[in-house]
Write a protein that binds this ligand. Structure first.
Ligand SMILES: Nc1ncnc2c1ncn2[C@@H]1O[C@H](COP(=O)(O)OP(=O)(O)OP(=O)(O)O)[C@@H](O)[C@H]1O
Length: 266
């Protein structure tokens, strides 16, 4: 991949699920070193887009290229991609320690043994998310936020060029949110490209360089992230904004309370 080549290149992407047309012609180009927030109301298609990017969902139309390689041709260098799924509930899955979960990030479809020096890499990844002292803790005794940080460490241990995260801080405790934001800042400083699904910018305001907003499976805003406001997490604030399909696509403005992009009547 040449350095100037896009890390993510999506053209006219469509996804159907049964009769539902979920993604309706998405175009998105992300260049090396960008930190992009993918925002939008519940059900706007954010998770579907990232799952399509990482090959979990097969598109019904359009093209996806990651790190210069076509997804359809199955040539994507997955060892250079880190993915953090939407949080799963505590206590699910097989019992394993934080270090074991992180080490699993070093395995890939082609390699089912751990590389030389894996212990050091696992320790560094756990240090990166502030959990070096919990390496031998079983996952189920960790808080939800700590579990999420372990999943982030599992993606980081691959030393990825592209990191894709699906709502990594939804519902997690404040220390975990702060640790996550600090990690993302360091990654961006190192030149890692980040695409992160968020409900609001929160701790990542000032770190993400660009915001892409989806609505009903389309990109309705792609540009500068909204400015953060100190009171974005004030009690009583509604973090999601229901939409009515019958309305025309509205303009976006900055929510005066949250600093999040929000729609206004045209
Ligand atoms: N397998 C499926 N079959 C049918 N509809 C689906 C399927 N997966 C997702 N959808 C629908 O597609 C739409 C987009 O879902 P998606 O999870 O991508 O949205 P989202 O923006 O990530 O939402 P949230 O913020 O709630 O996670 C929703 O209306 C959802 O119900």
């Amino acid at each position: 991949m040449r350095m100037s080549e896009p890390v993510i290149e999506v053209e006219d992407l469509h996804v159907h699920a049964g009769a539902s047309h979920i993604l309706r012609g998405i175009g998105l180009t992300v260049r090396p070193g960008e930190a992009v927030a993918l925002l939008g109301a519940n059900g706007s298609g954010k998770s579907t887009l990232v799952k399509t990017l990482i090959g979990v969902i097969t598109p019904s139309g359009g093209t996806v290229r990651l790190l210069g390689a076509s997804l359809a041709d199955d040539h994507v260098p997955w060892e250079r991609v880190g993915y953090v799924p939407q949080r799963v509930g505590a206590g699910t899955g097989v019992p394993s320690t934080a270090a074991e979960v992180v080490a699993s990030g070093l395995l890939s479809g082609r390699r089912w043994w751990l590389p030389r020096g894996w212990r050091t890499r696992v320790r560094e990844a756990l240090e990166e998310v502030g959990l070096a002292d919990r390496a031998e803790s079983a996952m189920h005794v960790l808080s939800g936020g700590q579990q999420q940080r372990v999943l982030i460490a599992r993606a980081l241990v691959r030393d990825p060029d592209l990191l894709v995260l699906d709502e990594p801080v939804a519902g997690v405790d404040r220390p975990s949110q702060e640790a996550f934001a600090a990690s993302v800042r360091r990654l961006v400083e190192r030149g890692v490209t980040v695409l992160v699904v968020l409900h609001e910018l929160g701790e990542l305001a000032g770190i993400v360089t660009r915001a892409v907003v989806l609505r009903h499976g389309r990109v309705v805003h792609d540009g500068a992230p909204p400015h953060p406001r100190a009171d974005h997490d004030a009690a009583g604030h509604r973090h999601v904004h229901p939409h009515d399909d019958s309305r025309p696509t509205p303009a976006l403005t900055q929510n005066p309370v949250t600093g999040s992009p929000e729609e206004v009547a045209p």
